[in-house]
Ligand binder design. Structure first.
Ligand SMILES: Cc1cc2nc3c(=O)[nH]c(=O)nc-3n(C[C@H](O)[C@H](O)[C@H](O)COP(=O)(O)OP(=O)(O)OC[C@H]3O[C@@H](n4cnc5c(N)ncnc54)[C@H](O)[C@@H]3O)c2cc1C
Ligand code: FES
Length: 287
């Protein structure tokens, strides 16, 4: 699944639903013109309310679900209110319009030579993981070929969102920081307990979540050969590679430092390209 900027367009999305699904979490469903290109798992869109001057910049959100109905495209976005832009989105009512630029970025790579797929999601990181599960693996592989296990973590049970689209579709393992549901502790600690049971050559891990989760995963995999792709989040202004505002420091294959634009070369990266920088307190990667 590769970059599809060539296919991206600016479209008007009509809100057909925007219910709250958990405290500060909303599920935005948009109707888009039929020409809107089908997003690949891991890709995102930049959205903005055209009626307002503030905030000026669009906000990036990962595609959670996408399907076509008659001559229209329907897209779901799962988001958490963290500031002005997302707070504004949360007040949008059915019938309102949003500018939608996308699909953008380079998505996840589908691996067919594995036996075990692990999806690791922290908070709203569950959105791209679920899209990858349904449109990547369930659509293109059979359960006889590949076993899929999703580890989903949140601070508390009420914030474990999106489980309805995971339950029954994969092995589901939940974790909460306060122990109110599932494993009591960090989702990465849950994975750490299990990791020895997965055969490295036959396993791939995909992850999306807060920076601390990605760092912990990098440390867990430091001595492992398990393949791993992570979706990074970075503040974005343009979303199309023009402003360089989303650049993160990585190591290239020769081990030299380089910069990559999360919106263009990412948001999905091989964790080893970035994990080389991982030390718990280090801020090379700002998420
Ligand atoms: C490729 C990509 C996909 C994303 N997908 C989702 C998604 O599916 N669901 C979702 O809820 N969020 C997602 N995000 C994060 C989302 O874009 C930010 O939460 C949002 O832009 C914040 O905007 P705001 O105006 O509400 O907050 P602001 O007022 O701009 O900021 C509020 C707080 O959020 C922090 N913040 C701002 N932008 C980001 C960012 N990009 N990443 C992390 N922290 C940020 C700020 O440092 C600040 O603490 C994604 C980000 C990227 C880059
Ligand atoms: S957001 Fe402008 S280059 Fe990535």
């Amino acid at each position: 699944m590769e970059t599809a900027h060539e296919n991206s367009s600016m479209a008007t999305g009509r809100v057909i639903g925007n219910p709250g699904v958990a405290p500060d979490h909303f599920l935005l469903t948009l109707r888009l013109p039929s020409e809107f290109a089908t997003p690949q798992p891991g890709q995102f869109v930049m959205i903005r309310d055209p009626e307002r001057d503030e905030p000026l910049l669009p906000r990036p959100l990962s595609v959670y679900r996408f399907h076509r109905e008659n001559d229209q495209a329907i897209m779901d976005l799962l988001y958490r209110v963290t500031g002005r832009g997302t707070s504004l989105f949360s007040r949008m009512k059915r019938g309102a319009s949003l500018n939608v630029l996308g699909p953008l970025g380079r998505g996840f790579t589908l691996q067919r030579d594995v036996r075990q797929v692990i999806l690791l999601a922290g908070g709203v990181g569950v959105a791209p993981m679920t899209f990858l599960l349904h449109e990547g693996y369930l659509r293109n592989t059979s359960p006889q070929e590949i076993i899929i296990t999703a580890y989903v973590g949140a601070r508390t049970a009420k914030l474990l969102t999106g489980l309805d689209r995971l339950k029954g579709f994969c092995n589901l393992r939940t974790a909460t920081d306060d122990g109110s549901a599932g494993y009591h502790g960090l989702v990465t600690d849950f994975l750490r307990c299990d990791i020895g049971g997965y055969e490295p050559e036959k396993t791939i891990i995909y992850a999306c979540g807060p920076s601390a989760m990605i760092r912990s995963l990098g440390l867990i995999l430091k001595k492992s050969t398990i393949r791993c792709e992570v979706s990074l989040e970075e503040r974005m202004a343009c979303g199309i590679g023009a402003c360089l505002g989303c650049a993160v420091k990585v190591k290239d294959v020769q081990g030299s430092s380089a910069y990559r634009r999360v919106c263009r070369e990412g948001p999905v990266f091989d964790i080893r390209e970035i994990a080389l920088n991982f030390r718990p307190a280090e801020q090379d990667i700002r998420l």
